[in-house]
Each structure stands twice: as structure tokens, then as C-alpha cells.
Design a protein around this ligand. Structure first.
Ligand code: 0O2
Length: 219
């Protein structure tokens, strides 16, 4: 019988752990690329602008464990840090985010562990993104290990805000002056307006194009 084990069972070394996360990252990235290609083939439309995949740095893992009040150990890192393997999918429009999330959720070999919709419920900082924590089975020679990957899905405008906010906020180590935090929240509102306007424009363009094609066809 197949031997499926949770990630924290039988993990001997840092190298094995990172090997698992790297493998999971490759698998999920390929899945997302295939979904994008399929979408292109069926709908002649590309919902994804770009995909980034990364393994969290050891410094960042240790920092996060400290923030959670946990000792630095491989077991704690596997159990408490959900975004060691992270995929960021950047889409054109907000509507694409939900389409993709649905498609990812339907993949038979992926298990969706949790979802955080920071688009419907933005963070206090103004951060907006759609997060899915999934596990994917990694088939080794002697066992199968369900490995965690965090998928972040956002628009280009949300990504622009998050990248700059990360840079700016980092400098203050979480203690930014009030007016900076307020201005960042304001910028996040502007990002939402921009996303809404671009979506509206795209819909208007599609309608106009369809009407034009209908008229041409009628002649
Ligand atoms: P870094 O340096 O980007 O890797 P959890 O234990 O999963 O409940 P966690 O991990 O905080 O808690 O979950 P969450 O809220 O899903 O956040 C995970 C990641 O989302 C963060 O990882 C950031 O990448 C991003 N993120 C969350 N909140 C913010 C925010 O306010 N601003 C920006 N720019 N990014 C945010 P890390 O490890 O915190 O940071």
C-alpha cells in the first residue's frame, strides 16, 4: 500500500525539507502554467501576466518563527510557516483572480487547506491579495509526502502596491509613522479604483468589439 506521510514525519534534514518544498514549487508552477495555456487555447485569452516562484530565505524563516514565539527547528518551520514555498500569480483583472482560484481548487491532486481573501477583506495595512494554502503530494522512492505551498493571486496594481509597501515598511521594521501608514492605505484605495476602472474598460472594449463583429457579419 502507498505510504503517505505528513511533512513533519521522517524528515531528517534541512536538505530533504528544501528538496520537498522545491519539488512542490515546480509541480504547482507547472500546473498553473498549464491552466494558463489551456485558458488561452479555449478562450483565446491569457488571464496571467506573470508567475513568480520562490523559496523563503533561511533568514526570513527564522525571523517569522521568532515573530510566532517559536524556537528555530526544522519541525517548527514545517508546522508553523506556511509560505516556505510560495507562488505569486499576477493577473490582469480582479475577475481573473477568482476564475484562476476556482480552476486551481478543482485540481484533483491538490488539497486546498485554507483560503484568505484579502481582496474582499483587506488587511489593516491596505494589503490586497488572494491567498490559497494548498498541499501537493511529492512522490519519493519510499514514500509520498504532502507538501505545503502558498499561492498568492493578485492584479498587477495590487502587486505594485504590495512590493512598494513591503520595501517602505521594511525600513521602519513595522513602526512606520502614522501618516505613512495612512498614505499607504490611501494608495491602496487608489489601486482598487484603478483595478475597477480597468476591468470596466476591458468589459466595454469587449462589448464594443462584439457589436462591431456582429455588424460586420450582418453586411
Ligand atoms: P515576506 O517577507 O513577503 O515573505 P499564517 O501563519 O499563514 O496565518 P502569515 O504567513 O502572515 O500567517 O499569512 P498571510 O497573511 O497569508 O501572509 C503571508 C504573506 O503575505 C506575507 O509573508 C507577505 O508576503 C504577504 N503579506 C501579508 N500581509 C502583507 C502586508 O500587509 N503587506 C505586504 N506587502 N505583504 C503582506 P511574510 O512572511 O509576512 O513576508
Amino acid at each position: 500500500m502507498e505510504h503517505i506521510v505528513p511533512m513533519d514525519e521522517g524528515i531528517e534534514s534541512w536538505n530533504t525539507t528544501i528538496f520537498l518544498y522545491n519539488s512542490a514549487l515546480k509541480e504547482v508552477k507547472t500546473k498553473v502554467e498549464i491552466l494558463n495555456d489551456e485558458f488561452q487555447q479555449v478562450h483565446q485569452y491569457n488571464p496571467i501576466e506573470y508567475v513568480k516562484a520562490r523559496i523563503k530565505t533561511p533568514e526570513s524563516i527564522v525571523k517569522k518563527l521568532k515573530r510566532y514565539g517559536k524556537e528555530t527547528s526544522i519541525e517548527n518551520m514545517i508546522n508553523y510557516i506556511n509560505d516556505i514555498a510560495g507562488i505569486r500569480i499576477v493577473c490582469s483583472f480582479t475577475s481573473d483572480i477568482y476564475k484562476l482560484a476556482e480552476m486551481i481548487g478543482k485540481q484533483k491532486d491538490l488539497t486546498v487547506v485554507s483560503v484568505k481573501d484579502y481582496i474582499k477583506n483587506p488587511k489593516e495595512s491596505g494589503y490586497k491579495s488572494y491567498h490559497m494554502l494548498v498541499t501537493i503530494p511529492i512522490f519519493m522512492s519510499d514514500r509520498t509526502v504532502n507538501t505545503k505551498v502558498e499561492i498568492q493571486i493578485r492584479t498587477m496594481a495590487m502587486d505594485f502596491w504590495a512590493s512598494l509597501e513591503h520595501k517602505i515598511y521594511y525600513k521602519f521594521e513595522g513602526n512606520a509613522p502614522d501618516y505613512i501608514s495612512r498614505d499607504l492605505r490611501e494608495c491602496s484605495e487608489i489601486v482598487s479604483m484603478l483595478d475597477a476602472k480597468m476591468l470596466q474598460l476591458n468589459e466595454a472594449i469587449l462589448e464594443a468589439k462584439a457589436a462591431q463583429e456582429e455588424n460586420t457579419g450582418a453586411i
